[in-house]
Write a protein of this length. Structure first.
Length: 303
């Protein structure tokens, strides 16, 4: 709240019977007191807490001053820009692009000779800075190699077989493969269903050890070549690879007179003879081997 100075009544001392001189003296004293009260009120108003109304009024006054200053600055900038454009237009240093064409003007470096157009200016287009490519780089010629690659192309399989062991054997037998042979034929393999220690049991075990396919229900030993051919295996009368299944007919080379016999080729000798691995019911899971020379009298299941 503002403090107001105490003001004496203008009629103080009137009718009290005092003389004019006395009233003059009293008036002088009263003016002095009033001046002192105004100064005191001003001091008190300086330290008095500001009211909400005074704060709002001060904020509005500050905003008005800010708007006035901003408007003045914008007016000055617009005026300066307009003046600059008028001067440039009078000098002919710029022009608006005509419809259908766009002129791109670049500042030419001081070290560049630039390009002088009809107007004699040194403005140039961007393409004037480009340097032509070397002639050699524009030809579609050349050669390439693998450098120091350790890849041995000779070891890469040419076969389409899914079984890598079969693919390797097919590459070795490529010149004698039957026409139209499908290396991804059905194998008939659902697990070893043969009786332990039988020759058929060992043939299944050994083929799996070598990573080669073999059927699970190919019948008695003497029937294996026919069953294998039905499934799509390559079957003939020539031993070709380690792992081939040798099929003996009943009584052939001392095999069983009723069921025949099967064995596995473990080695092909230079003279054409073969070394086998075999098993039988009396062997209790153990194997034996022998060398056979009458090789073409037997049947062989390859893959």
């Amino acid at each position: 709240m503002k403090h107001a100075a105490h003001r004496a009544s203008a009629t103080r001392g009137a009718g009290d019977g005092s003389s004019p001189t006395s009233r003059s003296t009293d008036a002088t004293r009263e003016v002095g007191i009033q001046g002192a009260d105004d100064a005191l009120a001003a001091k008190l108003n300086e330290v008095a807490p500001r009211t909400r109304r005074s704060i709002r009024l001060a904020a509005k006054a500050s905003a008005r001053r800010s708007h006035i200053m901003t408007g003045s600055a914008l007016t000055v900038l617009v005026g300066a820009a307009a003046s600059s454009m008028a001067v440039n237009q009078a000098r002919g240093d710029w022009s608006l692009p005509m419809a259908g064409s766009v002129a791109i003007n670049l500042v030419t470096p001081s070290s560049s000779t630039g390009y002088s157009g009809a107007s004699g200016s040194s403005r140039v287009s961007r393409s004037d800075y480009r340097q032509p490519l070397p002639t050699a780089s524009q030809r579609n010629e050349g050669s390439w190699d693998l450098g120091g690659s350790e890849l041995d192309a000779g070891q890469m399989s040419k076969s389409s077989a899914n079984n890598p062991a079969v693919a390797a054997l097919m590459d070795a037998n490529r010149s004698v493969l039957p026409a139209g042979f499908n290396p991804n034929h059905a194998t008939g393999d659902v697990g070893n269903a043969y009786e332990f220690s039988q020759c058929t049991w060992w043939a299944y075990v050994r083929r799996h050890q070598l990573g080669l396919p073999v059927g699970s229900h190919m019948g008695n030993a003497k029937d294996w070549s026919g069953s294998a051919r039905t499934l799509g295996y390559w079957v003939d009368d020539t031993p070709r690879n380690v792992g081939d299944i040798v099929v003996f007919q009943a009584g052939q080379e001392g095999s069983d007179s009723a069921y025949g016999h099967v064995a596995i080729v473990e080695k092909i000798n230079p003279d054409g003879s073969i070394v086998t691995s075999e098993c039988g019911a009396v062997m209790n899971g153990k194997t034996y081997s022998r060398t056979l020379t009458n090789v073409h009298a037997l049947r062989y299941i390859h893959y």
